[in-house]
Design a protein around this ligand. Structure first.
Ligand code: CP
Ligand code: NVA
Length: 308
């Protein structure tokens, strides 16, 4: 692998300064976009998007982002490419590296994205794995920063300690933020993610706490974030998960403990499960700002890793 290549597999692979620089660029790209200006910084470059799971936001924002930056995107489906079945991950990565300039991969296994990256000589961006969703975290940071300076924000996450929560946790740890995670003890972020976050937090001064009490998590928060109780690939556990997460629903009663909080969700929402219609569609919801910011945050990521 060329030493110049930087993959975007986890926010924890990047320094606070680097993440903040990408967020600054995302803000600038968003301002330019609002004025109808679309700098063609990736003119002539091609990005492939490989999806093992469904997607609306990640697919559309990466594809539109490449178009807006003057490049091109190709959508690859699992059945068509068969990474690990029709052809090894290593060979797929080697082939793509000979033709194009970047790869976004959404896979079940995080190890598969790491394997693709280890054999690619083009940057690989994690478009969500069972473990992490770093592009979502960048859009979330951008969205929070539009409302409050990041280091002043009291962020609460309630629900499943899964990929979205893991990346939010790592982002808070890198950047020195304040985050309270309210999850059942059985569904806290993975041990290896908590350990990595603790190492990073010791350096950044991040204040991160874990509780199984959703009220304690959200009390006095500026932002209350939740994600689906049943993630893609866990559908067979849906009934059990509804039972486990029932006390963690973001509804008006829970939000009464955070009267000034804005509400966040990565989407897609399972309305009536982790979040009620009333909250998702209410005045305090900034979920569509988050969705909008996927475009701008990812354009900044694309420029950072693909610019020649
Ligand atoms: N939030 C998110 O990643 O949405 P999609 O699954 O639609 O890409
Ligand atoms: N945790 C969810 C996020 C979807 C964007 C999932 O993995 O399905």
């Amino acid at each position: 692998m060329s030493p110049a290549i930087r993959h975007f597999l986890s926010v924890a692979d990047w320094s606070a300064e680097e993440l903040l620089a990408m967020l600054d660029r995302a803000r600038e790209l968003k301002r330019l976009h609002a004025r109808g200006r679309r700098p063609r910084t990736l003119e002539g470059l091609t990005l492939a998007l490989y999806f093992e799971k469904p997607s609306l936001r990640t697919h559309v924002t990466f594809e539109a982002g490449m178009t807006q930056l003057g490049g091109h995107a190709i959508l690859l489906h699992r059945g068509q490419v068969g990474v690990g079945t029709r052809e090894s991950a290593a060979d797929v990565a080697r082939n793509l590296s000979r033709w194009i300039d970047g790869l976004v991969a959404r896979t079940f296994s995080h190890a598969l994205v790491e394997e693709l990256a280890s054999h690619a000589t083009i940057p690989v961006i994690n478009g969500l794995t069972d473990l992490l969703h770093p592009c979502q975290a960048m859009a979330d940071l951008l969205t929070i920063s539009e409302r409050k300076p990041l280091r002043e924000a009291e962020i609460a996450y309630v629900g499943d300690g899964n990929n979205v929560a893991n990346s939010l946790l790592l982002a808070a740890a890198v950047l020195g933020l304040r985050l309270r995670l309210g999850t059942p003890a059985s569904h806290r972020p993975a041990v290896r993610i908590r350990e990595r976050a603790a190492e990073l937090a010791a350096r950044s001064g991040a204040r991160i706490t874990f509780t199984d009490d959703p009220v304690e998590a959200v009390r006095g928060a500026d932002f209350v974030y939740t994600d689906a109780w049943t993630s893609m690939g866990q559908e067979h556990e849906a009934g059990e998960r509804r039972r486990i997460f029932e006390p963690y629903r973001v509804d008006a009663a829970l939000l009464a403990h955070a009267p000034d909080a804005l509400v966040m969700h990565c989407l897609p929402a399972h309305r009536g499960e982790e979040i009620t219609d009333e909250v998702l569609d209410g005045e305090r919801s900034i979920v569509f700002d988050q969705a909008e910011n996927r475009l701008h945050a990812q354009k900044a990521i694309l420029e950072r890793v693909m610019s020649v």
